[in-house]
Design a protein around this ligand. Structure first.
Ligand SMILES: [Fe+2]
Length: 135
């Protein structure tokens, strides 16, 4: 059984974005599965690389839609993305410099799913779905 399972409560009903969110869940599950691993530094760096690839592609997709459809919450939404990037870069530094922040990373990503994906992204999804339906 996976640590986090995809379910409808995570869907914002835009397939391209849902598929990217599925990738994030996969990364969280990989991280969770390494709880007892000994080479934490190596794993930490690998997870950071995956998260960087993830946000590069995913935030660009969301922000492209928000700008294209003139989403009124674009500024606030993008600020949350900037915070995510900052956190990942801080984790990257921690991985290299001092320790492998397994628990902080896992807690941060779980919180991100609840606060950003299931709230901020969900609101954006409702708005975009309407626009895409009209188009
Ligand atoms: Fe987002």
């Amino acid at each position: 059984m996976q640590f986090i399972q995809w379910d409808q409560s995570l869907s914002i009903h835009i397939e391209e974005i849902d598929n990217q969110h599925r990738n994030l869940i996969e990364i969280i599950n990989i991280l969770h599965a390494t709880a007892k691993a000994t080479d934490r530094h190596m794993i930490c760096s690998e997870i950071v690389v995956k998260l960087k690839n993830y946000f590069n592609e995913h935030f660009m997709t969301e922000e492209k839609y928000m700008i294209q459809y003139d989403y009124p919450e674009t500024g606030a939404h993008k600020k949350e993305h900037v915070e995510f990037i900052k956190n990942v870069l801080d984790f990257e530094t921690a991985c290299f410099v001092s320790y492998a922040p397994y628990t902080p990373m896992l807690d941060f990503l779980k919180e991100w799913l609840g606060k950003h994906v299931q709230d901020t992204d969900m609101k954006m999804g409702v708005f975009l779905k309407e626009k895409l339906r009209i188009e």
